[in-house]
Ligand binder design. Structure first.
Ligand code: 89Y
Length: 339
């Protein structure tokens, strides 16, 4: 099959994993990279044996006419680059969070629909090996009907060292981590009916909130507590693992530290370990996240080729809605009912 050509937009921290993850797949050829600072783009292009590098994204799109772009920039630029690529008739993959507001995210989606290009959001947490293994257990019916769950991402990892712009965000943890873990809640349990959230800032050196506790009632009735924090100094640091406990009427399943997946029924407890693939290019501190980029890209490539991808723009808009409903709930101190 003919390879799909891809142009990379943005060669910051995350591009160092997004690019080699594409190189794990047969069906994609990266033909050019753009970065605001040309020397940085050239450095990354050289590192991965790709190129050429540009500091003018429009010129890159004009000259290479790629089948799709992979936008790996800060959230504030997502809408502008999406529109630019869509105008050049390139399909778009964009990092999460989709946009800095629900309004801008839905505009991005609308614009791509008008231009008749596809839009996908690179939402990778649901593609993590242990999350997929947990979903398989839920789908097998072995714990019966789930009625209650906790999804937890609580860490003291110095996240601002690798991604300093996160400290500047007015809306931090719900957009950065909440986009992921609220998406996991949708992946596991479907859509939410209502949201109640409280937030806090513990770290005085950052602008946004670094703690958020979200209580969801899912449409199926399940109660789901989604907690996230970058202020948690715990006995066992779990970054960047998402820990999950689901209780059903016939048993429970717990995704614990180090990818241990334990299922308990009245017959006893079984345990499996669902480790990520340790690709040579990944940063071991981020292993489970970086490995999931390959699976997320594989699924999006399927979508680009006409199959069904999970993390389309229209699907992800529902996750964006949960993030902003959480902020609205925290600001107004009330339960928000989702339509
Ligand atoms: O930006 C975030 C992400 O997408 O995964 C973890 C992270 O790097 C820091 O919260």
């Amino acid at each position: 099959m003919k390879k799909r050509t891809c142009a990379i937009i943005g060669t910051g921290f995350w591009a160092n994993y997004q690019i080699p993850a594409w190189q794990e797949l047969d069906g994609v050829e990266i033909v050019a990279v753009y970065n605001r600072t040309l020397s940085r783009g050239q450095q990354v292009a050289k590192k991965f044996g790709i190129g050429p590098a540009y500091d003018d994204a429009a010129r890159m799109l004009q000259e290479h006419k790629p089948d799709f772009v992979d936008i790996i920039t800060d959230v504030d630029t997502h809408a502008a680059f999406t529109k630019l690529a869509a105008t050049h008739r390139a399909d778009v993959i964009c990092q999460k969070p989709m946009a800095p507001s629900y309004h801008q995210a839905s505009e991005m989606l609308q614009f791509c629909e008008q231009q008749q290009v596809k839009l996908f959001i690179h939402e990778n947490f649901r593609w993590q090996a242990p999350i997929r293994a947990l979903k398989k257990i839920l789908d097998s019916g072995r714990i019966g009907t789930p009625f209650k769950a906790r999804i937890s991402f609580c860490s003291g990892f110095p996240v601002f060292e690798n991604q300093p712009f996160l400290a500047e965000l007015e809306h931090f943890i719900l957009t950065d981590v909440g986009s992921h873990v609220l998406d996991v809640s949708r992946f596991l349990f479907g859509e939410a009916r209502s949201v109640y959230c409280q937030t806090r800032r513990v770290n005085p050196n950052i602008r946004g909130e670094d703690v958020a506790n979200v209580f969801l009632e899912m449409q199926g009735g399940l109660h789901c507590f989604v907690e996230m924090s970058y202020a948690s100094i715990l006995e066992k640091e779990s970054f960047p693992q998402t820990l999950v406990l689901v209780e059903g009427d016939k048993g429970s399943v717990a995704l614990g530290h180090d990818f241990e997946l334990k299922m308990t029924t009245r017959q006893g407890t079984t345990c499996e370990i669902s480790r990520p693939v340790m690709y040579p290019w990944l940063d071991p501190d981020y292993a489970v996240v970086h490995a999931s980029i390959v699976e997320c890209n594989r699924n999006i490539l399927l979508g680009l080729n006409g199959g069904n991808a999970e993390t389309t723009g229209s699907d992800n808009l529902k996750t964006v809605a949960l993030v902003w409903a959480s902020y609205a709930s925290a600001a107004e101190g009330r339960v928000i009912y989702l339509s």
